[in-house]
Design a protein around this ligand. Structure first.
Ligand SMILES: NC(=O)c1ccc[n+]([C@@H]2O[C@H](COP(=O)([O-])OP(=O)(O)OC[C@H]3O[C@@H](n4cnc5c(N)ncnc54)[C@H](O)[C@@H]3O)[C@@H](O)[C@H]2O)c1
Length: 324
């Protein structure tokens, strides 16, 4: 596995003139310095001084996707991502991989959590000049989720952003033909795992004024029959879980938000669409480009007014907020 790339050596954070808290070089330096500056966890506070400048920079760097930022999400109060620690589940492929790379482009330090091999994502993050570590874990296992948060704390001493993206599944049978164990596994991965990861990360997120972004699906929103009911039910639960947590900022200084995409252009989705019969495929909308999803994720992270917020992404339509 490619070792983590350390992006800044011996530098101080541009935001608070404090050293990044987990830099090994700085940690070893602190052993020899008479009065080392006390490491401090950055908070997800508003970037009140530089929002316009940062936005211009993002636009120049191509970090803002086609069509620019969704109007309904625009807000002048911006939250910093640079130097913040982000845990992204399902980061080995597809949407999770795209989110991890996008966050790295914004300067976040990323923990890539996946059942699969994250080498490709690590290489992509490194190419973008970012820093990431992989954690291989089956996130349906409570102990593995716990281990993920522990590794993150050991390595980075904090969590600012949690993106619960691992989801889907490869059903061999679907409810009601699936066994209890089979459909329970789908509920676990798509609902229980994000709830547990959020719960276990809450103390760390609370300490930083952090944010959670859940990746749901329009399967959980629509009212038409759906061929994979347990997946639809889990995603519906994830959406309602998000809105039910809208008051968390007042209790724990943590925001929980959600993106609800229709088909998204990932290799897995393309393979699923390609396997459909022509008439079934013709009834499906064109998949959404990945940058539309990553735009929405970045916006939910950066706008600190958005709590319990759910953004629906449909092909060819403007992002729509379910909650305002
Ligand atoms: N692609 C779409 O069309 C689409 C549409 C709506 C919602 N979504 C949702 O977006 C998320 C990502 O979808 P995608 O299309 O990128 O899928 P993907 O299959 O490309 O990626 C999912 C990743 O999650 C990982 N994963 C699966 N089970 C895991 C487990 N038990 N523990 C840890 N990691 C595990 C996989 O290894 C994979 O890397 C899912 O939650 C999915 O439900 C996708």
């Amino acid at each position: 596995m490619t070792p983590a790339t350390i992006r800044r050596t011996g530098s101080t954070s541009p935001h608070n003139n404090q050293p990044p808290t987990c830099h090994p070089h700085l940690v070893s330096m602190s052993l020899t310095m008479p009065s080392p500056p006390k490491p401090r966890i950055l908070r997800c506070g508003r970037d009140s001084t530089r929002p316009a400048r940062r936005r211009d920079r993002d636009a120049r760097a191509g970090l803002i996707g086609p069509g620019g930022l969704p109007e309904l999400l625009c807000h002048p109060g911006r939250v910093e991502i640079d130097d913040r620690v982000a845990v992204v589940t399902g980061a080995a492929a597809g949407i999770g991989q795209a989110i991890a790379c996008r966050l790295a482009g914004h300067g976040a330090r990323i923990v890539l959590a996946d059942l699969g091999d994250c080498t490709q994502t690590l290489d992509m993050v490194a190419d973008a000049g970012g820093e990431a570590i992989p954690v291989t874990a089956d996130l349906r296992d409570d102990a593995e989720v716990q281990r993920l948060i522990e590794i993150t704390m050991e390595r980075f001493a904090g969590v600012h952003i949690l993106v619960n993206c691992a989801g889907g599944g490869q059903p061999t049978a679907r409810y009601p033909n699936a066994t209890t164990a089979q459909w329970s596994a789908v509920l676990d991965l798509n609902l229980r795992t994000p709830m547990l990861a959020t719960q276990l990360a809450l103390p760390a997120l609370s300490a930083t004024g952090g944010v959670v972004v859940n990746i749901a699906s329009t399967a959980g929103l629509d009212h038409a029959p759906y061929a994979w009911p347990e997946y639809a039910a889990a995603k519906a639960g994830l959406i309602r879980y998000t809105t039910a947590m809208a008051d968390l900022p007042s209790r724990m200084d943590v925001r929980v938000t959600c993106v609800v995409p229709d088909w998204v252009r990932t290799p897995r989705a393309e393979a699923e669409l390609a396997a459909m019969t022509a008439d079934v495929r013709a009834a499906q909308p064109d998949p959404i480009p990945l940058p539309v999803v990553t735009d929405a994720v970045i916006e939910l992270i950066r706008n600190d007014d958005l709590s319990g917020h759910v953004v629906v992404l449909r092909p060819g339509r403007e992002p729509r907020s379910l909650t305002s």
